[in-house]
Design a protein around this ligand. Sequence first.
Ligand code: CU
Length: 193
Amino acid sequence: MTRILAALTLAAGVLLVPMVPAEAATKDVSIDAHAFMPRNVRVDFGDNVRWTNDDVDPHTATSDQGFWNTGTIDPAGEATQAFTSAGTYEYHCTFHPEMHGKVVVPLTVGKKVRHGWKVRWATGREAPDGRDFAFQYRKKGTRAWHTLARHNIHTKGTFTSDEPGRFQIRVRTNNTDNGKHSDWSPVETVKIS
Ligand SMILES: [Cu+2]
């Protein structure tokens, strides 16, 4: 069996042209009848989630892994949280642990390059303090995931392989303040020819 040589070249982040950040979008989640609705939302990194409390009781939207905590959102109140990196983020209400929700943030596949693709998984040049990223891939149709970067602070890179084929890639965000991490982002598939 031939070993696939895949690599993730991490971009140093020297930007010759200043990037104009796209305007952040905001997805709304209503809290009503002791539930987050919709329970799962998907946003691009750089976008926000806004929780509005349409219930008669106070609630919170609190990350299971300590990524954020809105604190108490009183009835008719709201709280907004920016999501700056790829991963799947589970959250709950601290007052009502049966209340669960999920924010899904995909990575983005950019330009095709020789034997690979440019990929990006977070805003900015580097991870903010207390965060870093893990990157995995596998050849489509195989089972095991391979880690190319376990704790990297770069927000983008180039995924390459010396063997053509379809590859699946995914990213998660680590919370280095507490040793926890998000779940994996949705899987993206890139074709290498
Ligand atoms: Cu609650």
